[in-house]
Design a protein around this ligand. Sequence first.
Ligand SMILES: *[C@@H]1O[C@H](CO)[C@@H](O)[C@H](O)[C@H]1NC(C)=O
Ligand SMILES: *[C@@H]1O[C@H](CO)[C@@H](O)[C@H](O)[C@H]1NC(C)=O
Ligand SMILES: *[C@@H]1O[C@H](CO)[C@@H](O)[C@H](O)[C@H]1NC(C)=O
Ligand SMILES: *[C@@H]1O[C@H](CO)[C@@H](O)[C@H](O)[C@H]1NC(C)=O
Length: 430
Amino acid sequence: MHLQKVCMILSFYWSLLNVYAELFVFNNELVNTSTHIYCGGKAIPLWDQYNRRQSCCMSVQSTKGGEPYSEDTYFCCDVIRLKHDGDGNEWHCCDKNKPYRKDKHICCGVHLKSLNNSDDKNECCDGKFYNFKSQVCCRNTLYQRKENQIDENYMECCGDARYDSRNLRCEHSSESNPKLLSIDLGICNRQEYNMTTHICCDEKVIQFPDLHESQSYSCCGGKLFKTTHMKCCSDSHLIPKSRECCGNDSYDPYHQRCCSGVPNKVSSLLEKSKCCGTKLIQKHDVCCNGIHGDLNFQCCNDKLINKKEICCEGRALEPSKICCVGRNGATKQIEKGKVSDNACCTYRKHHLQIYQPYDQMNQICFKGVFEKTVVPNKPKTVLSSTTKIPTSEKLKMDDVQANINFACSRKMTAIPLVMILVLYHLLVSA
Ligand SMILES: *[C@@H]1O[C@H](CO)[C@@H](O)[C@H](O)[C@H]1NC(C)=O
Ligand SMILES: *[C@@H]1O[C@H](CO)[C@@H](O)[C@H](O)[C@H]1NC(C)=O
Ligand SMILES: *[C@@H]1O[C@H](CO)[C@@H](O)[C@H](O)[C@H]1NC(C)=O
Ligand SMILES: *[C@@H]1O[C@H](CO)[C@@H](O)[C@H](O)[C@H]1NC(C)=O
C-alpha cells in the first residue's frame, strides 16, 4: 500500500479517536466531556442555568462518588463549603480537607499552622515550615544561612542550589535547569567562553585582539569592531565613525542627505530641498508617493497629474465625465448625460445617494434636476410688468400667471409667490 494511503487511513482513525475522546458513554448515551462532567453517577452540565461553572466534590468518606457544586459560591474541602462566611472572610482548603483563612493560618503541603504562633517558622519550603531568618529555601531545598562560607548578603538561589553572587552567575536556559557558572564565563551557542578574553557575536566566540581595550569592542552582525573608529548600521555593516548610516550605505552628514536608504549630494542649488523617494528634490516641487513632478503637476491620490486637470475619485477627471462630491466628501466620476452637462446634482432619494449630471445654464438642482426654461433667477423681477420676457417663454409665463390667479381665487393670497413658483416648477418637471 502507498504510504500516502496508510497516512490517510491513520489520520481518519485519529480524528475519530479525537471525537470520541471528548465523549463518554452514560446510560447508553454519548455525553460530551467539553459540556458535561461525570459526578455522583450522573452527567452534570459544566455550566449551570445561571452560567456558573460546576465542579465535582469527591469527599474522603463519602461513597457516593462525588457531589456537584457551583464554583462561584462553594469550595470543596472534604465536603462542600461556602467560600465566604457571614463576615465576608474568604476560606481556602489545605490538604483536601482542612478549611482555613489566609489571614489566620498558613498552609504548607499537608500542614496547617496558625499565624498567631510565636515561633518564626512561618515560611513554607517543599511542604515543610522553616524560619526564613536562619534558613533559605531554594526552590525545594532548605539551606542554613550561616552554615557555610557564603556571605549571606550575597547568597542567592539558582534552581535548587545556592551560590555566592560575587563569584558565580546563574545562567537560565530554556531547555534545562538553571546552571551555575563562574562570573567571567558566558554561554555562546551553548558553549562556555571566558567573557574577559572573548566576546560572543551572533553565536560565534571571538577573541579580543587587545585585552586592555576589551571595553571598546562591540559586535556588528557576526563581526567584531572597535567602537572608537567605526559605527555599526542595522547590525549588518560597518562604516567610519564620522559618517551616518543610510540604508546599506553611509553618508557624509555635512555634504549629503539620505533619502530612503540612498545618499544624495546636496548641491548649492538644492539647499532648500526635500526627499522624494530616493531622490533629493527642490522644496517647492511636487512629490507624490515618491514620484517627482515640477510645478506643472499636482498630487491626486498618490499619483501625479497635470495641474490643469481636476483630481476626482483619485485620478484625473475624464473629459466625458463630471466630478460629483458625495455627502462625506468622497468624489465620484459620472458620465455626462449630454455635452452641455457641467455640474453634478447630488441628493438622496429613498435612502439612496443619487448623482445626476446636469447643465447649470439650463437646469437647476433641487433634490432632483429640473428644467430652468421658465423660472428665472430672480422671481421678483420676472413678475414686474417692465421685464421683457422672450416670446417662447411668455407662453409658459402665462401658465404661471394662470396658476397664481387660480391660487388667489381660492383666497390663498398669503402664499408667498416663491412657493407658487416652486410648485409650478415641480408641476412642469413631473
Ligand atoms: C462537544 O462540545 C463542544 C462544545 O459545544 C463542541 O465544539 C464539540 O464539537 C462537541 N464534540 C462532539 C464530539 O460532539
Ligand atoms: C491568637 O492570639 C490571641 C492573643 O494573642 C488569642 O486570643 C487567640 O486565641 C489566638 N488565636 C489562635 C487561632 O491561636
Ligand atoms: C578568564 O580569563 C581571565 C584572563 O585570562 C583569567 O584570569 C580567568 O581565570 C579566566 N576565567 C576562567 C573561569 O577561566
Ligand atoms: C540592503 O541589502 C539587502 C541585502 O543585501 C537588500 O535586500 C536590501 O534591498 C538593501 N537595501 C537597500 C536600501 O539597498
